[in-house]
Design a protein around this ligand. Structure first.
Ligand SMILES: O=C(O)c1ccc[n+]([C@@H]2O[C@H](COP(=O)([O-])O)[C@@H](O)[C@H]2O)c1
Ligand SMILES: Cc1cc2nc[nH]c2cc1C
Length: 340
């Protein structure tokens, strides 16, 4: 039922300790197949790991990414009114229109990678509250956004690409990362869409205010998302969990998308095992975040756009990984001698 709120803080915590795991037997078989293909062992590097990861999470000997679904969640942030972004808040809704009209980078990248694009705007005319002064969302708002994220996940897909659009949300991403993993706010904060040094100093100061304001109250994944996140970020978290339940592997886009998903690891360390990080964003906090999560980003292209753009480019690398895994001949089939 669409209007039934199923996410209390306790529900989310419980859901996270009950997540399905991958099929280890199929993973082992996929690794054995990689070692039997006509190439020096390990010579396809990270492509081999990606194919094995896909096989084990899809539970299929021959993994596929043919049915790729891309979800971009959009939300507006009260703190944007304080000037934490190089762009005005109205750009969020304007870019959603641009997505709908086919004029954005993600439209071209989904077209070329073959992913189906779905854009979900979450109450853009009702920005969240300013997280430096109090909780960004009420419990009901946060629960509804998590549910929107869950509802947006297709029943079936080979792979789910996740991304976001929200002016000011690199501020939330820094706050979420600091809340989850500690460390200095300045190490999690970057220029986002293009702040200069004084803008960056101001943004750091506001996030430090937020951390003092919410100190001692960031007691669960739900509370972290509710106090410091935003609707599109909670929706990403909801979609990540739903994809896990449906056996759909996930590609997380850049810093903001990874930070939203990372909140789930505070409830269960293995919560993102079915996810890959698409690319290493230029936003400086993303390197540390990826390292903490034990994720090797698929690409490193100095991108910092968001809107799932890196995820769509990474999908093309997964297509390459799948093609070699499924299509190559083994040493035995091709009559090629193995190493002594
Ligand atoms: O994905 C990233 O790593 C990334 C890094 C910097 C900026 N962005 C995008 O830019 C917006 C957030 O930046 P800002 O400066 O408005 O906080 C939001 O719409 C994101 O999609 C995205
Ligand atoms: C123009 C623009 C496009 C974006 N796409 C994702 N985040 C964005 C931020 C801006 C400012």
């Amino acid at each position: 039922m669409a209007d039934q709120i199923i996410f209390t803080a306790e529900d989310l915590t419980r859901m996270l300790i009950d997540l399905p795991t991958c099929n280890q037997t199929i993973g082992d078989q996929a690794r054995a197949r990689q070692n039997s293909l006509t190439k020096p062992q390990g010579s396809l590097g990270h492509l081999e790991e990606l194919a094995i990861w896909l096989a084990s999470w899809q539970g299929r000997d021959a993994p596929s990414v043919a049915d790729a679904y891309c979800l971009v969640f959009a939300g507006n942030h009260g703190i944007a009114a304080k000037g934490v972004s190089a762009y005005p808040a109205e750009v969020t809704a304007q870019m959603v229109m641009n997505f709908e009209q086919g004029g954005a980078a993600i439209n071209q990248l989904c077209r070329v990678s073959g992913a189906v694009l779905k854009v979900v705007a979450l109450e853009l005319d009702r920005p969240t509250d300013d997280l430096s002064q109090g909780p960004a969302m009420t419990a009901e708002d946060c629960a509804r956004a998590l549910q929107v994220g869950r509802d947006a996940v297709p029943e079936t897909a080979d792979i789910l690409l996740l991304g976001e659009m929200g002016i000011g949300n690199s501020t939330s991403a820094a706050a979420l990362s600091a809340a989850c993993f500690g460390g200095a706010v300045k190490d999690w904060t970057g220029p986002g869409t293009g702040l200069d040094q004084s803008g960056l100093d101001y943004k750091i100061n506001l996030i430090e205010q937020a951390m003092s304001c919410h100190d001692n109250m960031l007691t669960s994944p739900f509370e972290i998302l509710r106090r410091l996140g935003g609707r599109e970020l909670a929706a990403i978290a909801g979609a990540v969990i739903c994809a896990r339940e449906r056996g759909i592997p996930v590609i997380l886009d850049g810093y903001i998308c990874t930070a939203a998903a990372a909140v789930l690891t505070t409830g269960a360390t293995a919560a993102l095992d079915h996810c890959q990080v698409a690319h290493l964003s230029r936003e400086p906090g993303h390197r540390v975040l990826s390292e903490i999560l034990g994720k090797r980003p698929i690409l490193d292209l100095d991108m910092r756009l968001g809107e799932a753009s890196g995820a769509a480019v990474a999908l093309m690398v997964l297509q390459a990984a799948v093609a070699v895994h499924n299509g190559m001949a083994t040493f035995a089939e091709a009559g090629v001698s193995e190493h002594d």
